[in-house]
Design a protein around this ligand. Structure first.
Ligand SMILES: O=C(O)CCC(=O)C(=O)O
Ligand SMILES: [Fe+2]
Length: 319
């Protein structure tokens, strides 16, 4: 049985004038994530959310024949959006494997906004965010040219059967592919309890790290599947609640899921990847090894370090 998530708020482990305190570094190593508050610029966040709303309404197709229309000013229209059916994913070309916009019932993924300057400026190339990433992973990170996108989770009208206890089955514990070192999830609006907060399995990064052949490149061992299942059954996942402008940094091997959403809010989050600045494979080489995820700035390293006992040896934290 999968464990149900618990709502989690990051304790304040900050120290004045320190980008990442020793206590925060210890927390990250132990739990595989760290939440930093007030990292995103409030004015930029507001104008970004305006642009995202406009884009969403203009671009995400509504089901044919439906009279539903989404309105920012009317929260009753946010429930159970009636998006059009998705067509099958492109099997070749630049968007192989993933449409630029994904709309699957309550989840919309705006990958197409991932390379817009206002998004890059807000999260991955924001100096406050980069300083944290550099403190954890190292001083020489790839300059971000895109993030995964804006991931939106809508509310639902229906009260779920079985109550909260039954919600664990809606969690989708997984780890991400391609090249995974350090990732970030930035909240563009307050994320309240049971409103879709990013959900992470604390400590899972240590177990999943050992289930790969290489430190960062996608390279699951035979033990991968059982380890993932064991994590989902034994670790109580944390649903991260935080105010807008907060950023969750997480270790790329940490198991995570979209959060349980029983509330009335829309969950607005940006997802980004950080990797060290090392030589990477070309797009065609990614396609050859079935690791082409164009929407991620997480390219496979041309040469990666085999997993050893010290999972931090390639990180700044390991020094
Ligand atoms: O939207 C979420 O909370 C989860 C997204 C996710 O799993 C991912 O970006 O890999
Ligand atoms: Fe994921």
């Amino acid at each position: 049985m999968r464990k149900l998530s618990v709502v989690f708020e990051m304790p304040d482990l900050t120290r004045p004038d320190e980008v990442v305190s020793e206590a925060e570094k210890d927390f990250f190593c132990e739990h595989g994530f760290l939440v930093k508050r007030r990292l995103l610029d409030p004015d930029k966040m507001e104008t970004s959310l305006d642009r995202i709303w406009t884009h969403l309404i203009a671009k995400v197709p509504v089901k044919k024949g439906s009279t539903w229309t989404l309105s920012r000013d009317d929260a009753s229209t946010w429930k159970d959006p009636q998006w059009a059916e998705m067509s099958p994913h492109p099997i070749d070309g630049p968007f192989q494997g993933r449409h630029p916009i994904e709309h699957m019932r309550r989840v919309v993924k705006l990958h197409d906004l991932g390379n817009e300057d206002f998004i890059l400026d807000l999260l991955p190339n924001n100096p406050c965010v980069r300083k944290v990433a550099e403190s954890l992973l190292g001083p020489d990170l790839r300059v971000s040219t895109r993030i995964r996108g804006v991931f939106v989770v809508f509310p639902s009208e229906s009260v779920p059967e079985g109550g909260l206890e039954d919600q664990a089955r809606f969690l989708g514990p997984h780890t991400d592919q391609v090249c995974q070192q350090l990732n970030a999830c930035g909240y563009l609006d307050d994320v309240n309890p049971r409103n879709g907060g990013f959900t992470i399995y604390p400590g899972s990064h240590k177990r999943m790290f050992q289930a790969h052949r290489y430190e960062a490149n996608w390279s699951p061992l035979k033990s991968f599947r059982d380890t993932l299942q064991d994590v989902a059954e034994t670790i109580e996942p944390y649903e991260i609640v935080a105010e807008k402008g907060s950023v969750v940094f997480w270790h790329g091997r940490a198991v995570h899921s979209v959060g349980i959403h029983l509330g009335a809010d829309i969950r607005w989050a940006l997802f980004a990847d950080f990797t060290q600045n090392r030589p990477v494979l070309t797009d065609d080489e990614h396609k050859d090894v079935d690791q082409y995820e164009w929407f991620k700035d997480a390219k496979l390293f041309r040469s990666d370090v085999p997993v050893g006992d010290d999972m931090w040896r390639s990180w700044r934290l390991g020094n």
